[in-house]
Ligand binder design. Structure first.
Ligand SMILES: NC(=O)c1ccc[n+]([C@@H]2O[C@H](COP(=O)([O-])OP(=O)(O)OC[C@H]3O[C@@H](n4cnc5c(N)ncnc54)[C@H](OP(=O)(O)O)[C@@H]3O)[C@@H](O)[C@H]2O)c1
Length: 338
């Protein structure tokens, strides 16, 4: 008899614009039984990330969409309940990609053991995981900040943006953060140590950004697009580097973008200022992962990098938390505790 009470959240329908709670469906099922080479996992923490909005859409992207009726995907920290793999035993804590569910089967080869004594296990989903690595690889490989240069990043209180600014400062650059609201701005300046921070909701946002970047912008780490990009664009210096990491302000957009066609202006500036604009998906830099793990662990230990987590309790709250993440409702790395 399969054990009952496996809780999971499936994609019920595709959103048109902003996701709604009824795009998700909470389901119950029997707890599965592991086969040879598999382990049964109890999910402890689920990472919520902006890319999940893309998976909810059928539009062509760098990864296949989640099928209607399938469990929402996501990175997880889990405990091994039962193992039929020689490298894992009940009680081990692992990093897995089990998605939005309480229990899951996984092949041993898909798992990485975590040492809870080395770092809080949630950091494997944030500062020591995919978002931290995204900041590290994108900034150092494409942005290449130099001492004295100005690095600008938005979503600066989140896991990617906060790491970008702190790594920029470790490399001797000035970090200017952009965040939504006074509370987030205070944390970006005081906890993460950015040199300046601007609230993108301020009516004079572009003027404040210009004042905070008196020598222009050498590296703009693009996380959001939209109005923030409009403020950044005129301030870019000759040979500025722009790692294009995300465009979260557009993830819920529908239809055509408003306004005149600005591509000719952009192309002229790319040419006349020798701009480097380079999109990336973090996994293309996977060879740098061991360097990242070594450097980031040392920076956390020395206090050079700080991190902030936003923990929401209960799998059933994941849909509302993801909807909020796309609009700035989170404050730090968003994680669901099951
Ligand atoms: N390329 C890759 O491989 C890769 C990997 C990981 C993440 N990413 C991207 O990196 C970016 C940051 O990810 P994260 O996990 O660190 O997210 P996050 O910062 O925890 O959350 C997203 C943040 O975006 C900001 N935001 C939302 N709408 C905005 C708008 N209209 N204008 C300005 N800011 C807005 C909000 O912060 P405020 O309240 O401060 O505005 C929100 O908290 C996202 O674009 C994500 O897609 C890319």
């Amino acid at each position: 008899m399969p054990k009952a009470d496996h809780l999971r959240i499936a994609l019920a329908s595709r959103p048109d614009g902003r996701p709604a709670p009824d795009n998700f469906r909470l389901e119950r099922a029997p707890i599965p039984t592991p086969g040879e080479g598999e382990v049964l996992l109890k999910v402890l923490y689920l990472s919520l990330d902006p890319y999940m909005r893309g998976r909810m859409s059928a539009a062509k992207s760098y990864a296949a969409p989640t099928e209607i009726g399938a469990v929402m995907e996501g990175g997880t920290v889990a405990a091994v309940l039962e193992s039929r793999h020689p490298n894992f035993a009940a009680g081990d804590i692992v990093l897995s990609h089990s998605g939005w569910q309480s229990h899951a089967l996984a092949k041993g080869e898909q798992l990485r053991k975590l040492d809870p004594a080395a770092a809080p296990v949630t950091t494997a989903l944030g500062v020591l995981g995919m978002p931290g690595f995204t900041a590290y690889a994108g900034l150092l490989t494409i942005g290449q900040p130099k001492p004295g240069e100005t690095v600008v990043v938005a979503a600066a209180s989140g896991p990617v943006g906060s790491a970008v600014g702190q790594i920029a400062r470790i490399n001797g650059a000035r970090a200017v953060g952009i965040a939504g609201g006074p509370e987030k701005c205070a944390v970006v300046r005081e906890t993460f140590g950015f040199d300046a921070v601007i609230d993108h909701r301020a009516p004079d946002f572009a003027a404040q950004l210009a004042a905070a970047c008196p020598d222009g912008i050498d590296v703009y780490f693009e996380n959001v697009g939209g109005k923030v990009w409009d403020g950044v664009f005129p301030l870019l210096n000759t040979c500025a580097r722009i790692p294009v990491c995300g465009l979260v302000s557009q993830y819920n957009a529908t239809g055509e973008f408003e306004g005149p066609d600005r591509l000719p202006v952009l192309m002229r500036q790319i040419l006349s200022k020798s701009l480097l604009i380079r999109g990336f998906i973090q996994r293309e830099f996977i060879a740098q992962r061991p360097d990242f793990e070594r450097d980031m662990a040392a920076w956390i230990a020395s206090g050079a990098v700080k991190f902030k987590e936003d923990i929401v309790e209960g799998l059933e709250r994941a849909p509302e938390a993801l909807i909020g993440l796309l609009e700035g409702g989170n404050f730090g790395k968003l994680i669901v505790k099951l």
